[in-house]
Ligand binder design. Structure first.
Ligand SMILES: O=C(O)CCC(=O)C(=O)O
Length: 265
């Protein structure tokens, strides 16, 4: 299993008058407001490094960048905040159609983004709720680190290692191919596996090793073009993992390419 280096960010220690004020503010202001202010102050003090120290991950047709974007403290705060804020789909929107059969999605899902955006896959059409304050902070940090802007995020919540995501490619036509998919992980570290399409099955199957990563708490994985053309990815079950994980995949959807004939129920 590949392991990656972690980024040590300088933190300000000790209690101060400012901390006391912030605690008082917590009682008066919505938590999301306080979080935004704290994150901005933290960034000013710590001079969020530009560029973030990326680890390049490459194979035939695979081009990814990996980094620890958030400190443990930031990642813990985001995780707690998202647990309070995110509204996950229920009912029919928790089901997908694969080769005419209906399956329950083995995790929880939610979508947020700019007004009017919708993401469709495996017979399910998910329309975006308006950005929450926490999602905006995370999105903007990803933009600052990568130089790319995003108008949509798919959120997957895995309650434990039984929840998983099967092999697939994010190659939907409404995704802007010039924009990487930026995957932020919070909570339990999980294995993430890439498999080349020619190594899956069939007569002309090729021997190409899978690429395996561990996605850490606070990490950012960028899947650059043409990765999703040639490589499938999955988040396999890991039954020993007892704690939850939230994954956010920031994307850029081209509005004109949405299948707007189909409206979500
Ligand atoms: O949870 C993960 O890291 C996988 C997410 C993913 O594959 C997707 O959103 O397409």
């Amino acid at each position: 299993m590949d392991k990656f280096v972690t980024r040590a960010k300088k933190r300000v220690g000790g209690q101060s008058k400012k901390d006391e004020c912030q605690r008082e503010n917590l009682q008066k202001k919505p938590r999301s407001e306080v979080l935004k202010e704290e994150f901005q102050e933290d960034e000013e003090v710590n001079q969020f490094p530009q560029p973030v120290p990326w680890q390049k991950i490459e194979a035939e047709g695979l081009d990814c960048d990996y980094s620890l974007l958030f400190s443990k403290k930031e990642a813990d705060t985001f995780f707690t905040q998202l647990e309070e804020e995110v509204v996950y789909f229920t009912g029919d929107q928790t089901k997908v159609q694969v080769y005419g059969k209906t399956y329950s999605v083995p995790r929880k899902q939610a979508t947020y983004g700019d007004e009017g955006l919708m993401y469709s896959f495996s017979g399910v059409h998910l329309s975006a709720r308006p950005w929450t304050a926490t999602l905006e902070i995370i999105r903007d940090a990803v933009t600052k680190a990568t130089g790319h802007t995003f108008n949509f995020v798919l959120i997957n919540r895995y309650k434990d290692g039984h929840d998983h995501m099967g092999e697939h490619r994010d190659d939907e036509r409404e995704l802007d191919p010039s924009c990487p998919i930026a995957s932020v992980s919070l909570g339990a570290a999980r294995d993430f596996v890439f498999r080349h399409k020619d190594a899956r099955s069939g007569q002309n199957r090729r021997q190409i090793d899978p690429v395996k990563l561990e996605l850490a708490h606070g990490s950012l994985l960028l899947m650059n073009s043409p990765t999703n053309t040639y490589w499938y990815h999955s988040l396999p079950t890991r039954k020993k993992i007892k704690s939850p994980r939230i994954n956010l995949t920031f994307r850029r959807i081209v509005k004109q390419r949405q299948r707007n004939a189909i409206k979500p129920s």
